[in-house]
Design a protein. Sequence first.
Lengths: 274, 285
Amino acid sequence: MKTLAFALSALALSAGTALATEHGACADGKTLEDGVLTIATGNPAFYPWVLNDAPESKEGFEAAVAYAIANAMGFEDDQVEWVRTSFDEAIQPGPKDFDFNMQQYSITPEREAMVDFSLPYYTSAMAVLTTQAMVDGGLEPTVESLRGVVWGADANTTAVPMLQQIVQPERDPLLYGDNTDVTAAMQARQIDAALFDLPTALYLSAVVLDGGVVLGQFPAERSENPDQFGLLMEEGNPLKECVDAAIAELTESGELAAIEAEWLQDATNVPVIE
Amino acid sequence: MAEAGLSSDAAAAPAAPTRRELYEARQRRRSVTIAAASTALVLAAIVVLVPLAPGWEAVQRSFFNGEVFARTFPGLVNAFVLNIAIFAWCAPTIAILGLAVALCRDVRAPVLFPLRMFGALYTDIFRGLPVILVIYLMGFGIPGLGLPRPWNSPYLWGSVALVLVYAAYVAEVFRSGIESIHESQRAAATSLGLSDRDTMRYVVLPQAIRNVMPANMNLFIALQKDVALLSFIGPVEIFRQAGVYKSLFANFTPYVGAALIFLAITIPATRYADYLLHRQTRQRR
């Protein structure tokens, strides 16, 4: 049975493009379902990572990267299946229903102890989202000025420890379950500023938050632990090697940078916070 | 015991147990042994069988991780202080509002009918809504109207939401207490010349409140747990703090730590409520 499935998938792969036959071998028999790559994303998946909550459209940075990785691993576009998971489902013990999970997971040594991460596919700057009213009121992109305001953040992100390390706010920050709640709190003027990865901050300021402004960024190179996004996998997933090879190839060929340029806004005009 | 009074012999030597006492002591020892053996058996079965499950090691690593526990527990205890503070200012407010609504539902003067109607409507609405929904709507909705600081604080409106919901339950408990006082007592009070107001204050309420004390204790234990729902609108209390640690360590152990802290408070409180209930039933007999 297994050999038959193997033979069939080999056949399917060799029937594909030359690229597929070239790389196809590395993922064989290591995915949940032979010949199918199951990728998980958030529910909902947020802009600008996935457009319109529809990753199969390949629109949005992570959707595009996912298909590029799948292709490099030897999967055709129609061999990619999407599932949705929350953060908690991704880290719960036991068998997973995805081959890898892609929703802006920051790679940290603590998390690495429990799950496996791929090589990073994106290095993110952190940015301060605030409102025009706060800027008019004299809020400046300096750590000094930022320390005195009421902060908010998404509790599931690495923004929380970064806030404590970099800004060290005077008052306890308020934490929320997702982006939507953070912006709701900012709209209700319960918080003055929030820390997000730069692309999310740019999107929220432009589309979601009325009068939203990205005050400044903490560039990715600022510290020895930049915020790097990796694909999350069950610990010991045999697919890791193959995924890493695909990401390394995309990084070297410049394809990853091209996708980034296509889907993520150029952020050079966002001032750097000293 | 009855025979002890019969002979002065037995009274002088209380150490000599009767046959009945011997029998009862034997029975007691027997049931204690059986209870201990069966408990030990069940515990042993759990301790032996659960680790045999194929996923045990993974579960242990992500739910019962000693290292993560040690690193997060102090932070959780710290965050729990906020839970206690929120509970401390909500509980008395709930008791007062609940009593007021219960009294509204008991007014008998026809001219005050709107008050009765308000009481009924209030309890219907707030008992019919999930707590989390009320917290969300009030926590983000009302401050969104443009209130200035500090009147838009999530602590404030989250607490208001908790108070409104819990007061509805407490009001119903108080009402059942008030209704449990027999009509004849009110009649007796009226015949003594007490006004309606004094009847309520000096005759009905003292008994009613005492009668429903255990039921209210249960509600306040539930409140202690539901304080955690305020985390949805920003305050970093123990549940949210555990969530932050969970996210940082990709590990669920902080939730287990939070559960232990909750139990440390709620188990004694539950026992105390049980004790109150027990004492009350004994007194009534």
